[in-house]
Design a protein around this ligand. Structure first.
Ligand SMILES: Nc1ncnc2c1ncn2[C@@H]1O[C@H](COP(=O)(O)OP(=O)(O)OP(=O)(O)O)[C@@H](O)[C@H]1O
Ligand SMILES: C[C@H](N)[C@H](N)CCCCCC(=O)O
Ligand SMILES: [Mg+2]
Length: 252
C-alpha cells in the first residue's frame, strides 16, 4: 500500500514551489525515504529543457521524476493549451499516469527507511519508504484544463496540500485565501512553506512568521532562504533539512 502523495501548490507563480519541493525532498531523503517528484503540466519550456521536477530532482538528489505534459508558452496550462491550439488536459489524463507512477516500485537499490526504523517521526504520506511530491502550476486556482485545478488532482489522489507563500507584506491575505481554497475543496492543508526568506527580514516578514499560522490555522512548516535555488546540489541537500520544521515529515 503506497501512502498518498503530497501536492505542493502556492499563492502564485514564482513564489518558490520548486525550491520548497526540493527542500522537502531533501529532508525526506535525509531520513532514508525514496522521493518521487512530479510536475503534472510544465509550461514555458521547450522539449528537452529541464522542468521544475527535473530542477527539484537536481537540487535534492531524488531520482524518480514524472512530467505528464508540457506546453510551450509561459502561461497557465489551460491558457497555454488554448493558444497552442491543443486539447485541454482532463483529470483522467493527468491522474492516470500519476497513479501508474505511484504504483511503480521504488528503485531496488534505494536504502529505504521502513516505518519501523525511520529516524524521523513521519506521517501517513508514505508507508513503504517513499514520499512522492506533486508540484502544481502557478497558484492554487490556476487552471490545468477546463474547470480543472491542482485541487482536483489532490482530491483524486487523496493528497494533503502544502501552500508555498511569499514572506512579506501582502502574503497574509494571499495565503489565507489559498489555504481556504484548499480546505473548501475538502482537502487537508498540511501547512505553509515560505518559498524565499530574506537574510535580513523586515518588520512585516518577521511578524508574518507568527501571523501566517495564526490566521490560516495551519502550521508554518519552514522557510527556504532566498537564492537557495542557486546552491549546488550537495550544499542544498545538506542545508535543506534545516530550513524545515524537524517534524515536517510527521505532519505530512
Ligand atoms: N537557480 C536559481 N538561482 C537563484 N534563484 C532562483 C533559482 N531558481 C529559482 N530561484 C528563485 O527562487 C524563487 C522561486 O522560484 P521557483 O521556481 O521555485 O518558483 P515557483 O513557484 O516554482 O514558480 P512556477 O510557478 O514557475 O513553478 C524565485 O524568486 C526564483 O527567481
Ligand atoms: C509559466 C510559469 N512558470 C508558471 N508555471 C505558470 C504560471 C501561471 C500563472 C497564471 C496566473 O495566475 O496568472
Ligand atoms: Mg515551479
Amino acid at each position: 500500500m503506497t501512502g498518498a502523495p503530497v501536492v505542493v501548490t502556492g499563492t502564485g507563480t514564482d513564489v518558490g514551489k520548486t525550491v520548497a519541493t526540493a527542500a522537502l525532498a531533501a529532508a525526506a531523503r535525509a531520513v532514508g525515504l525514496d522521493v518521487g517528484l512530479c510536475k503534472p503540466i510544465q509550461t514555458g519550456l521547450a522539449a528537452g529543457q529541464p522542468g521544475d521536477a527535473d530542477e527539484a530532482a537536481r537540487l535534492s538528489g531524488a531520482r524518480r521524476v514524472l512530467e505528464v505534459r508540457r506546453l510551450p508558452d509561459p502561461l497557465a496550462p489551460e491558457t497555454a493549451a488554448r493558444v497552442a491550439g491543443l486539447p485541454q488536459s482532463t483529470l483522467a489524463e493527468l491522474v492516470d499516469p500519476i497513479r501508474g507512477w505511484l504504483a511503480e516500485p521504488v528503485p531496488g537499490d534505494a536504502q529505504l527507511a521502513s516505518a519501523s526504523n525511520c529516524e524521523a517521526d513521519v506521517g501517513p504520506a508514505w508507508t513503504d519508504g517513499r514520499l512522492d511530491l506533486i508540484e502544481g502550476a502557478g497558484g492554487v486556482l490556476v487552471r490545468l484544463g477546463t474547470d480543472l485545478t491542482v485541487l482536483d488532482l489532490a482530491a483524486a489522489l487523496d493528497a494533503p496540500v502544502i501552500v508555498v507563500a511569499r514572506a512579506g507584506l501582502g502574503t497574509l491575505s494571499d495565503t489565507e485565501l489559498a489555504v481556504r481554497a484548499v480546505e473548501a475543496a475538502g482537502l487537508r492543508c498540511a501547512g505553509i512553506v515560505i518559498g524565499s526568506w530574506q537574510y535580513d527580514p523586515n518588520l512585516a516578514e518577521r511578524l508574518n512568521l507568527e501571523d501566517l499560522p495564526r490566521l490560516t490555522g495551519v502550521p508554518l512548516l519552514g522557510r527556504v532562504p532566498c537564492g537557495a535555488g542557486g546552491l549546488g546540489p550537495a550544499e542544498f541537500a545538506r542545508l535543506a533539512p534545516g530550513w524545515l520544521e524537524t517534524d515536517v515529515l510527521g505532519i505530512l
